[in-house]
Design a protein around this ligand. Structure first.
Ligand code: HEM
Length: 395
């Protein structure tokens, strides 16, 4: 089935249409618009190129859009325009079942919980080495460049099979590719993963590349390419936002130091950080392939819907005082690592790595604090995944 023109079936005339995306709230928090939008149901908004879409902002609607296979990512990837997952063919995120499973099943095995468990000692020593180097440097220092970025690039390069020695070049190429669309950086990165696949066919190792060898060379390289970007940019940005939250968010006072002596708290804190600062304030579009009722609205086939994970993870119907960082929030059923077909396959890795980072950071730097007022910290204003430009800290 190919591209449908977008159809919006029911527009509530009483609610004026808004331009999307909305600016982030103070200190990189959620746009204030989401505070009231849940009451509207499925608000209609206009993307910068004029495409009208529906936003799913209620927890139940977002969960439905992510899990109900009547909503297609493949059709959305074929939509004209750019941004929000349109007009892209980058692999897993643009495929629907059953094609999706061909790439996804081996990746799930590669990133399974027991595999991540086996990687814990090497991840811990990698993080320990980086925090030791950071602590030995001058202060104040930028925690993004000096810690979050190298931890993210080195960990994903090690796990994928490129090795930590490749991390600096991989990070530079990804940064250039994302900043200026550099074709040269893209092809250098693509060649690195293609060469890795070739090497692993001759000489398998205990890494993600080897786990993907049941795929064609081209598919394995496509998946590895995506993992380098998610692992480096996604983790760098999230780690920076999470540390910032622990140093500045209302409710986070004293939480980071407590983790050195209360390991049982780490998992809950990581989940609350994921909920509090999700990876973006927008989302990847879906297209309804059949009529679907959602929040009392009939969505005709072809309707374009954006599941706003951030809004769902802050829905007051599900989370008590969602604007407050609550380190002991339980249960915490956030959707910040997705749901359904495209749920994040890196979830075990993210939780394990982030827990290690927080524990190592506070053990090495128990007096870690911001070196500038929290309101002066510069947040990126790109779309997914949101990050921090630089995070000056001292200790
Ligand atoms: C804090 C860091 C991360 C967050 C918050 C995050 C979040 C997400 C979310 C919400 C999705 C689903 C998007 C959607 O359905 O529209 C997703 C998908 C994905 N993530 Fe992550 N992610 C993170 C880190 C990672 C890492 C470290 C990896 C790889 C090692 C990774 C690999 C992927 C891949 C490959 C997909 C696409 C899955 C598919 O389409 O089947 N992510 N992630």
């Amino acid at each position: 089935m190919k591209y449908f023109s977008p159809v919006v079936t029911f527009i509530d005339e009483r609610v004026p249409m808004r331009d999307f995306p909305f600016p982030a709230g103070p200190m990189g928090t959620l746009p204030v618009e989401y505070d009231t939008m849940g009451k509207i149901g499925l608000p209609v908004v206009s993307l910068p190129d004029g495409m009208e879409i529906r936003l799913a902002v209620r927890y139940s609607d977002v969960a439905a859009v992510l899990t109900d296979e009547r909503f297609s990512r493949a059709l959305a990837a074929d939509l004209p325009g750019t941004g929000f997952g349109r007009n892209q063919r980058t692999g897993l995120l643009d495929l629907d079942p059953p094609d999706h499973a061909v790439l996804r099943d081996p990746l799930d095995r590669a990133l399974a919980a027991d595999r991540v468990e086996r990687w814990l000692p090497s991840l811990r020593s990698l993080v320990h080495e980086q925090v030791t180097a950071f602590a030995a440097g001058d202060r104040p220092a930028d925690l993004v460049r000096g810690f979050a970025a190298p931890v993210a690039s080195r960990s994903i390069c090690a796990l994928v099979g490129l090795g930590v020695a490749a991390a600096a070049d991989v990070a530079t190429n990804i940064d250039e590719m994302l900043a200026s669309g550099s074709a040269e950086a893209r092809s250098t990165l693509r060649k690195a993963v293609e060469d890795l696949v070739t090497r692993r066919r001759a000489e398998p190792a205990d890494d993600i590349a080897t786990s993907l060898l049941e795929l064609s060379d081209d598919d394995a390289a496509t998946v590895l390419f995506g993992l380098l970007i998610s692992g480096y940019v996604g983790n760098r940005n999230a780690l920076a936002r999470h540390v910032f939250a622990l140093l500045a968010a209302p409710g986070a006072d004293g939480v980071l130091p407590s983790l050195a002596t209360r390991p049982e708290r780490v998992g809950r804190v990581v989940d609350e950080l994921l909920r509090y600062y999700p990876s973006g304030n927008d989302g990847l579009l879906r297209v309804a392939r059949e009529p679907v009722w959602l929040s009392g609205v009939l969505l005709e086939p072809g309707t374009v819907v954006m599941p706003v994970i951030a809004a769902a993870s802050h829905d007051p119907e599900v989370f008590d005082r969602p604007e407050v960082f609550d380190p002991d929030r339980e249960p915490n059923t956030h959707v910040s690592l997705g749901r359904g077909t495209h749920r994040c396959p890196g979830d075990h890795l993210v939780r394990a790595l982030f827990g290690i980072v927080l524990t190592e950071l506070t053990t090495a730097l128990p007096r870690l604090r911001l070196a500038i007022p929290a309101s002066e910290v510069r947040h990126t204003d790109d779309l997914l995944p949101l990050g921090i430009v630089d995070l000056p800290v001292t200790w």
